[in-house]
Design a protein around this ligand. Sequence first.
Ligand code: C5P
Length: 294
Amino acid sequence: MTEPQPDSVTLHAGCKINLHLEITGVRENGYHELDTLFFPLPKPFDTITITKAPADSGLILECPALDIPAEKNIIYKSWEKYAAQTGWKPDLSVHVEKGIPDGAGLGGGSSDAAAVLNYLNTYCPAPLSAEKLNTLAASIGADVPFFLNNIPAHATGIGDELTPSDISLAGYSLVLICPDISISTPWAFAAWDKAMLRNNACNNKKDILTTHPPEDRKHSSRALWLFNSFEVVVYSAFPKLRAYKEKLMEFGAAGAVMSGSGSSIFALYREMEQATRAAAALEAEGVATYLHHL
Ligand code: C5P
């Protein structure tokens, strides 16, 4: 039985980090094959308030932090695609308070989209199966399927073929920093393509897949250690980020790595005190810092 739709509901859409992100190839359409381990974090988060709107208003979307027309927002796209597939087009007013910075590699937009898709599928008179919802989510953005379930997951394909992971970081303290640098994901992929073409002296994008060393790919199915293919190209364009990572390491981190296509970086500490000191040091430099005891 579908639940009755509430007059108003407030959702917290959390973020993700990639404990491991390896680009393993390039598809004909330019999209990249990935081998990645997604891990959800409760903060930073976006606050989404969804209220029933008067009949025939469609979707009224307010997201004051984003300077783009509502129709370009990934939430709008999600609502439209869900309506097209199910025939259910609820009149809604959606207000988004952004807490997850844009261009941080934390999946903020994808998290919002998944929260709205989950809302729609909860109250739709004829909801989609989990599989169909997953396919719809992937057509909206590569990271959206992960946020539907929001549990640690190993992903392949373009990041949309998910297998739940039993990885646990229990006992670790994690410091996530969000430097004031916004990185466009398409830019980061293009920079990686360019670097690969340079390094391998191959002539076109399609060759990247075949010239990428197979040994690198073999390991990644286990995807257990901190790694990110984007680090080299992103750090060479934004050296300040490499310096932040080194600073996080100085406090005794077991490891530190960039998340997604950047610019956020996280570090894992075995001792809570190391993490607290690292977080305080980065904060003193004016960097937004989030401390998690896992
Ligand atoms: O799917 P999403 O909108 O998050 O991706 C943004 C852009 O990043 C895509 O347009 C594409 O250029 C690039 N991308 C990619 N391979 C992926 C995911 C994204 O090349 N697996």
